[in-house]
Write a protein that binds this ligand. Structure first.
Ligand code: FES
Length: 142
């Protein structure tokens, strides 16, 4: 997957993606099946639902070397655990505030919502995040 143009001194960001095992994982699978390009340095971590997203998981991903973290869930109103993605969204929002407070920067964390067929939307979200991270540079926690 060639997404290496415009890199910052060859810096290719590592992105940890937390995905629910329903719509979001299906969208990622769709992206793969349709051979839609997205950055190669993506590490997937499956959760039963983004409602399981925890500030600790997100921070641990940064501590383990992620330059950015993306949480991907079912569309709002369509979570298989009813309000799980809303809870996940609230935790992402809280963590973004925290990332700003500690100087890591909220731009390194995003959440997006996709249905199973939205492989292109998932790929775009990760591509945009990778572009932003190339400009920001490596995580200072590395
Ligand atoms: Fe997908 Fe809850 S099951 S976000």
């Amino acid at each position: 997957m060639a997404e290496h143009e415009g890199t910052n001194n060859g810096f290719e960001p590592e992105i940890t993606v937390f995905t629910c095992i329903y719509c979001a994982y299906m969208a990622i699978d769709t992206a793969g099946a349709l051979r839609i390009n997205y950055p190669a340095n993506v590490k997937l971590i499956k959760l039963p639902c983004t409602g399981k997203t925890d500030v600790r998981y997100l921070m641990e991903a940064f501590e383990q070397g992620a330059d950015g973290v993306c949480v991907v869930g079912c569309p709002l109103g369509n979570c298989h655990h009813v309000h799980g993605n809303e809870r996940g969204q609230a935790r992402v929002k809280y963590t973004k505030q925290w990332l700003d407070d500690i100087g890591l920067g909220s731009d390194r964390l995003e959440m997006c919502f996709v249905s199973g067929g939205m492989g292109e939307t998932f790929a775009n979200a990760v591509r945009e995040m990778a572009e932003r991270l190339r400009e920001l540079g490596p995580s200072p926690l590395k």
